[in-house]
Ligand binder design. Structure first.
Ligand code: UFG
Length: 328
């Protein structure tokens, strides 16, 4: 298929593009490089430097590309920033997605895979989280992801869009050959921060809260390998049916605490990794992990990277060989 990929130079996007290219798809990456990295783009993909705000450029690319499908990874993802600057998040994550959907409608592109998030659930009533649980985001970031899911449902009903929203849990790890990985500026995610401490780039890992109602007092999350996320996109693409909007959790179904991540990183790196217990981070739900039964049954998706040490080891291969990210 001919596939338009917004945000294909970012962390999850670049891993997916590599997987799409390997499967024989013809990929056009559209990325403004505000958070993505030129070297992360698979050399077999076509690259257009562009912004989803630039509707004229977008229309030109769609006119020339004759795409069968679009995937959309281009979003802002800093939850704390979304609380301080909500309009920036509504602009980037919702208004720009609207531009893309308008363009798809005009050009008759009916398949759309969207990077959603477990942040749509807010503080879940129950874990593991099923897709039919109430969606009550607790920050603007989660609200923008949910708003896009609504646009997809309405578009499926009104003009025959086929859409799959993949609700990622915590994307983690890196390509097995160590050539693609996570490079955010500023870095806010746990595993890269832990590995930056191992590299001596930070003094200690702040542990945001040690008094949560969890077995060791730290927050529990579901860390899903980025290559498993990429595989979910391929299956979603094949399943995408005009007129239907689906949403699937993409997680391992297993919860891991902050302390368990740090322990795994100590084993993998052989470094002490000092920590510092600090206040809870506002808006952090104590426990999030997926019931991934729906995607398993509907698409046959199964995560392959279940061993926590393996996930952390793949991230370590990337960080230790690229201590300055893609700039090194
Ligand atoms: N954490 C620390 N210290 C740190 C960084 C994180 O203790 O320095 C803790 C957090 O409090 C949280 C866990 O580690 O309990 C994971 O935090 P991350 O920031 O790595 O990821 P989040 O769980 O906050 O991820 C959330 C949603 C995702 C969403 C992402 C966007 O779960 O769906 O925010 O950034 F995509």
């Amino acid at each position: 298929m001919k596939i338009f990929v917004a945000g294909g130079a970012g962390y999850v996007g670049s891993h997916c593009v590599r997987r799409l290219v390997a499967a024989g798809h013809e990929v056009t990456v559209y990325d403004n490089l505000s958070a993505g990295h030129r070297p992360a783009i698979d050399p077999k993909a076509r690259f257009v430097e562009g912004d989803l705000a630039d509707t004229a450029k977008l229309a030109d690319v769609f006119q020339a590309g004759r795409f069968d499908a679009a995937m959309h990874f281009a979003a802002l993802l800093n939850v704390g920033e979304s609380v301080l600057e909500p309009l920036k998040y509504w602009q980037n994550n919702v208004a720009h997605t609207l531009n893309l959907l308008h363009c798809m409608q005009r050009h008759g592109v009916r398949r759309f895979i969207f990077s959603s998030s477990c942040a749509v659930y807010g503080v879940p009533e129950d874990v593991p989280i099923r897709e039919d649980q109430p969606k009550n985001p607790i920050n603007p970031y989660g609200n923008t992801k949910l708003a896009v899911e609504w646009m997809l449902e309405h578009s499926a009903a009104a003009w025959g869009l086929g859409a799959v929203a993949l609700r990622y849990f915590n994307a983690a790890g890196a390509a097995s050959d160590g050539t693609l990985g996570e490079d955010h500026d500023p870095e806010i995610h746990l595993i890269p921060i832990v590995l930056q401490v191992a590299l001596g780039q930070r003094e200690s890992v702040p542990i945001f809260g040690t008094d949560y109602p969890t077995p060791d007092g730290t927050c529990i999350r579901d860390y899903i390998h980025v290559d498993d996320l990429a595989e979910a996109h391929l299956l979603a693409l094949e399943s995408c049916t005009p007129g239907r909007a689906e949403a699937y959790n993409v997680g391992t179904g297993r919860g891991t605490s902050v302390l368990e991540i740090i322990a795994a990183a100590r084993e993998v790196t052989g470094h002490a990794i000092p920590t510092l217990a600090v206040e809870r981070r506002p808006g952090d739900p104590p426990m999030l992990f997926a019931d991934a039964g729906r995607i398993r049954h509907a698409l046959g998706w199964l995560p392959r990277h279940l061993e926590l040490r393996e996930i952390v080891a793949s991230a370590w291969r990337w960080h230790s060989s690229h201590p300055g990210g893609y700039g090194t």
